[in-house]
Every structure is written in structure tokens, then in C-alpha cells.
Design a protein around this ligand. Structure first.
Ligand code: ADP
Length: 550
């Protein structure tokens, strides 16, 4: 960690460490009756208050202390968005241990790998993941016990899970008399592994300080803009970059929190949005697809939903237009990554944009937005030379800031920084007003005749056509060019469209040489553990694809 010189004259302000426990203490003291509503694995809807959550988090801290958990020990979770998972967020980090959220969509072998790498001591899991735990348990070398997030009546009868414990029993046996300890704010608080599309997953190890600064900054009006008047439903999972920090920032602001649990289908989500009068939500584009399709089929509307943050992969402009135009939901397009806790930029307008036409405003909002204070960014060429912010020059995107990783857990991958900047692996342009536009991940870039073709642009155009729901554009190698774009698309049920009609749809929207050389119609695209389209899989499938010769 960098050390800085001290001034001979230091300020005379209180030095209170920025600790995660202070968030729940604040929420209990100032928003004690605000509700946390959870759809449970058990099927029912559970409700309680911030005060209840604080009490049970303290009981959990006592229970973990009794199990011998100490500062810096890693405690894993394999759980949906719900109140017990939230108690683990606060109970584990609050006592100085480290919450390791594992993505349950990973293969049991990958779960074993990261649990061993993290040296997890205990693992808390939701009942729906019992089969995964049974498969992964023999591979986990350091876990001393598995805690099922349920009461005694629902405890699975499994002889394949060693030292299986019942969460409700465990905390019921403890008093809520617990003082959150004070310690250095740079202590590790939580751990999240990147999905590792190439190589082994690597751990981003967040600190209390980075988490609190991210919570403050991400709440600002031009970022998430969450207030005590909001009802927040994080669709983004708590096992994926801490649900973009919402379990912390929502508590900081005293908003009502609604957790969807495992029910992420359009019908269940719409019911919960309406029943709890949700005003704000966040998720990757694929989750909105299911909800919007269900709503269109059943001619439904939202009665309270006002604003959503979409990120994790590019939000197709067509989706943004539908949400805004047909449902009155403002979309904030955000960009970030696991290594950035995750928020880096958010797309909102500047004052003078208010005079622009709706179409011009929309084209600003389609970009990934401007940095949130705290993060700094730049684009560089392959030699590390900084490139201009002219809205057309492409470069490798680098970032720095107090909630950006300085290296991976256990120094995996070595020294990753370039002159103090973190290379994001994304390729982007930045316009003169500082709006970032991600054109590709560097490993997905299509290079044709030495020039880049923006695959995200090509995908966005395809899904703007009413016949398509999903598209992925990859580079394939014909004999003549070094690489040419191939478009792989999924049609909406009942829609018909030919290759020629789709290619004609590109006319006038892009430079002619960007037009995909061919189109493949498929039933589904492979999705990764975080719901993103897996381009490396698609590249594998179509590696030997023969493009038509011009
Ligand atoms: P992984 O997908 O490897 O698990 P993350 O979930 O942290 O990692 O994803 C980070 C990456 O997702 C970014 O580097 C970027 O490529 C992509 N991404 C995130 N938000 C956006 C966005 N709004 N538009 C385009 N790409 C995005």
C-alpha cells in the first residue's frame, strides 16, 4: 500500500475508521423501522426491519466467534439475494472476517478451486444449492462446516455434507449483545472472484474503506441516486460484485430494500415490483429481457418503478428506449467491473444537454457515461501513450481510484498495474465531454484490415430490429481479410427475417465495411455465470465457419 509523507501541521478532525459495521449501526439508529422484504427460497415473502437485521447480524457475529472465526478469516456464501445473506454481509465483515461471495452458477470444481484458494473456513448456503454443495464439499479442503440458511424444519437430510449446521439454530443460541470492533479501515472486508473467462479466477479483495467510499460515491445524484424515499430491488445478485454495492449504499441512505430471492422470471419480478411499489432497480441487460417480454405478452405496466441502472454488459439502446418510452422508466447506463467494486461511470445528462432534442439526449445516454468522482480514467495506445478524448479515437481503457484493485488476492497474476493505473481490458472512446463509450473487450475486438470494428455497435443495431432478442458479433477469419464480423442472432418467437433483410437493416447506420459478412440464426446464446453472453464460447463454436466469398 502506498505511503504518503505527513505535513508538519496535521488537521484536528476525528479519525474514525470507515467500517462496514457503521452502516448498519446508522441504519438501525436512524431508519430502524424501514423494511427489508425478501422472497425466500421457501416460497413465501419475509419482512422485517433494519433494526431486526442489525440484531440478527450481531447474533451471527457471536455465533461465528463461538465457531472460532477471527479477523481476516474467510467465510463463504452461496446464496440468493435475501435477508439472511444480508445478515452475513454485515455479521461477517462487521466482526472483521471476510465475506467471500461465491457465484452458484459456477461448476462445483470451480467452486472447489476458489474456496481452496480463498481458504474459506465456513460456507453459508441457500437450500436451492444443496446439490451443488454436495458435489463441491469433498473438493473444499479448508471448510470446517456448512451452514444451511434455513430453520431446523427445512434442514436438508444430507449425508454428503460434512458438519452440516442450521443457520436459525446457530443464531438462536446466541445473544444479540455484541459490540462491533473498531480496526484499521484498510482491513479486508469481502472477496469476489472474477469469472475468469480465461485462466483461473482471480480474487478482488475489497477493504472496509474502499467499500464505504464506493457506497458514498455510488449514491450520488448522477450515479445511483438512491434516497430514503426509494424502494430498491437489486436484481443484480449479491454473489456478483456485492450486488453493485447496493446492500451497503441502500442502508447508508435508508431506502426500503426488496430482495427477489431465486424468483427472477418475468412474472415473479413484476409481481414483486408492484406489490412492494419498487421505485429503483439494477441489473444486467439479460434480466430485463425476461421481464419486458412477460410484460409485453400480458400488456402490463409499472405503477411505481421510476429508474434503473443497467450495466455489466452494454445496454442495447433499443432496451433503453422501450423502458423509457413504453414504461416511463429512466435508464442509467453504468460501466464497471469486479476489480472496481464495481462502479466506474454512469450515464446522466449535463445541464446544457437539457436543451437538446430527445433524440440527441438519448444518444448521450446510450454511452456508458461519465466517471463518478473518485475514479479517474484514460485511454492509451498499445505503447501506453495517452490518446485524445475526441469521441472517435479508440484506446485501451485504464482506471485508478480508491475502490479499484491494486493487485489480486495472493498476488495472483503478479503486478497488474501500469504506472499506477489498472488496465481494464476494455477498448473505449471518450468524447470531449468525458462520456465513455465501450466499444469492446480487448479480447473480443474484431480487427479488419488493421482497423477496429466495434462489435457492440453491430449487436446493438441487430437487437434494435423488432425480430431479434439477442445478438453477438464475433470475428472469423476468411482467407482474404485478417478478420471479418459474423453476426449470431436469436429471433423472437414467431418472428421471421432473412439474412438479406437483416443485413439491409445495417445500411446507413454504419460504415459499409463494418457490415457483418454473414448471419447465423440460433435458438440461444451461451451465457456465463453472471448472465453475460459468452463470446469466447461462440468464437469456439464458429472457429471454422466459412464466410461466403464476396
Ligand atoms: P466478468 O464479466 O469477467 O465477470 P465483470 O462482471 O467484472 O467481469 O465485468 C466487467 C466487464 O463487463 C467490463 O470490463 C466490461 O467489459 C463489461 N461491462 C460492464 N459494464 C458494461 C457496459 N455498461 N457496457 C459494456 N460493457 C460493460
Amino acid at each position: 500500500m502506498a505511503q504518503y509523507p505527513q505535513s508538519p501541521l496535521m488537521g484536528r478532525m476525528m479519525s474514525q475508521p470507515l467500517l462496514i459495521s457503521s452502516l448498519i449501526q446508522h441504519a438501525d439508529r436512524y431508519y430502524s423501522d424501514v423494511e427489508i422484504v425478501s422472497r425466500r427460497v421457501e416460497g413465501d415473502v419475509h419482512r422485517y426491519t433494519y433494526r431486526d437485521c442489525h440484531r440478527r447480524s450481531r447474533q451471527l457475529a457471536n455465533a461465528l466467534t463461538r465457531l472460532g472465526v477471527g479477523m481476516g478469516d474467510r467465510i463463504a456464501t452461496l446464496a440468493w439475494n435475501g435477508y439472511r445473506h444480508l445478515e452475513a454481509y454485515y455479521g461477517v465483515s462487521g466482526m472483521g472476517a471476510v465475506l467471500h461471495t461465491i457465484n452458484p452458477r459456477l461448476h462445483p470444481e470451480q467452486i472447489g478451486y476458489i474456496a481452496n484458494h480463498a481458504e474459506d473456513q465456513y460456507l453459508l448456503f441457500d437450500l436451492s444449492f444443496t446439490p451443488i454443495i454436495e458435489a463441491a464439499a469433498p473438493l473444499c479442503k479448508t471448510i470446517k462446516g456448512f451452514i444451511a440458511l434455513c430453520d431446523r424444519a427445512s434442514l436438508p437430510a444430507s449425508d454428503k455434507i460434512p458438519n452440516l449446521m442450521c443457520y436459525e439454530d446457530l443464531i438462536a443460541a446466541e445473544s444479540d449483545d455484541y459490540e462491533w470492533p473498531l480496526f484499521d479501515e484498510n482491513s479486508a472486508s469481502s472477496l469476489c472472484y472474477t469469472s475468469g473467462t480465461t485462466g483461473n479466477p482471480k480474487g478482488a479483495l475489497y477493504s472496509h474503506r474502499s467499500t464505504l467510499l464506493h457506497s458514498y460515491a455510488s449514491s450520488m445524484p448522477d450515479a445511483l441516486n438512491v434516497s430514503a424515499r426509494d424502494v430498491v430491488l437489486p436484481v443484480v445478485p449479491m454473489f456478483h460484485v456485492n450486488a453493485w454495492g447496493l446492500p451497503y449504499s441502500v442502508m447508508l441512505n435508508g431506502a426500503k430494500m426488496v430482495f427477489p430471492g431465486p424468483a427472477l422470471d418475468g412474472k415473479s419480478l413484476h409481481e414483486l415490483f408492484e406489490q412492494e411499489q419498487v421505485t429503483f432497480s439494477a441489473g444486467v441487460p439479460t434480466v430485463w429481457l425476461g421481464l419486458l417480454t412477460y410484460m409485453a405478452q400480458n400488456q402490463l405496466k409499472f405503477s411505481s418503478f421510476k429508474r434503473t441502472v443497467i450495466g455489466g454488459s452494454a445496454c442495447p439502446p433499443a432496451m433503453m428506449k422501450t423502458l423509457r418510452g413504453e414504461y416511463g422508466v429512466e435508464v442509467v447506463h453504468a460501466w464497471g467491473m469486479t476489480e472496481m467494486s464495481p462502479l466506474g461511470t454512469a450515464g446522466t445528462l449535463l445541464s446544457h444537454h437539457q436543451k437538446l432534442s430527445e433524440a440527441d439526449q438519448q444518444s448521450k445516454l446510450e454511452k456508458q457515461g461519465r466517471v463518478i468522482y473518485g475514479v479517474d480514467m484514460k485511454i492509451v495506445d498499445d505503447d501506453g501513450k495517452e490518446l485524445p478524448w475526441d469521441g472517435t479515437t479508440y484506446g485501451n481503457l485504464l482506471v485508478r481510484g480508491p475502490w479499484v484493485v491494486s493487485g489480486y488476492f495472493k498476488s495472483e497474476g503478479g503486478d497488474v498495474l501500469q504506472d499506477g493505473w489498472f488496465p481494464t481490458g476494455d477498448v473505449a472512446v471518450i468524447d470531449p465531454e468525458g462520456y465513455l463509450q465501450i466499444t469492446d473487450r480487448s479480447k473480443d475486438v474484431i480487427k479488419s484490415g488493421g482497423e477496429w470494428i466495434g462489435s457492440i455497435d453491430l449487436e446493438n443495431i441487430a437487437v434494435a430490429h423488432p425480430a431479434f432478442i439477442q445478438a453477438a458479433c464475433i470475428g472469423v477469419y476468411p482467407p482474404k481479410w485478417d478478420e471479418r464480423p459474423l453476426l449470431v442472432v436469436v429471433k423472437k418467437p414467431g418472428m421471421e427475417l432473412t439474412r438479406e433483410e437483416l443485413l439491409a437493416f445495417y445500411e446507413g447506420k454504419i460504415a459499409k465495411w463494418w457490415t457483418p459478412d454473414d448471419v447465423v440464426f440460433t435458438d440461444a446464446l451461451p451465457l456465463g455465470a453472471t448472465g453475460k453472453i459468452l463470446k469466447n464460447k461462440i468464437r469456439e463454436i464458429y472457429r471454422d465457419y466459412k464466410l461466403p466469398t464476396a
